[in-house]
Design a protein around this ligand. Structure first.
Ligand code: RB5
Length: 147
């Protein structure tokens, strides 16, 4: 599975740890930066990463900013993206199981690196449950297509 990872200046340490962790686990990783500490606008990272997930070039994405919120707002503007900002284990698991989220957003100023890696593992290891949840996803897609 190929996974896209990116961050702004609020999440660089977390992003680098996530990239190393996923590679160590054997995943192919596309690193959308940033690569050194300098101030950037989070939509400039979220957009190309989200487009790569929407096109199927990456199966899943992980975005880190200060709160995880700005990245999720920006990524969710791309058709086909379901980005979820999570800071605890239950949400990181259930957003895959029930929402079929394809991007996990984390807050580098909200959670530590250790928790971030655990949430990433839960996210990438959990499969969408389908069934009754699919029709709810279909309704989200309908909203997206009509608004
Ligand atoms: C950058 O200072 C900060 O606003 C950004 O990382 C993020 O938290 C936005 O949601």
């Amino acid at each position: 599975m190929k996974i896209a990872v990116g961050c702004d200046h609020g999440g660089l340490e977390h992003k680098d740890a996530i990239v190393a962790h996923l590679k160590e686990r054997g995943f192919e990783v596309e690193d959308f930066g940033i690569h050194e500490a300098h101030s950037v606008d989070y939509p400039d990272i979220a957009l190309p990463l989200a487009q790569s997930v929407a096109k199927g070039e990456n199966a899943l994405g992980i975005l880190v900013c200060g709160t995880g919120i700005g990245m999720s707002l920006a990524a969710n503007k791309v058709k086909g993206i379901r980005a979820a900002a999570c800071s605890e284990h239950f949400s990181a698991k259930y957003t895959r199981l029930h929402n079929n989220s394809n991007i996990l957003c984390l807050g580098g100023r909200v959670i530590g690196v250790g928790t971030a890696l655990e949430l990433v593992d839960l996210f990438v290891d959990t499969e969408f449950e389908g069934g009754r949840h699919q029709k709810r996803i279909d309704k989200i897609t309908e909203i997206e297509n009509n608004n």
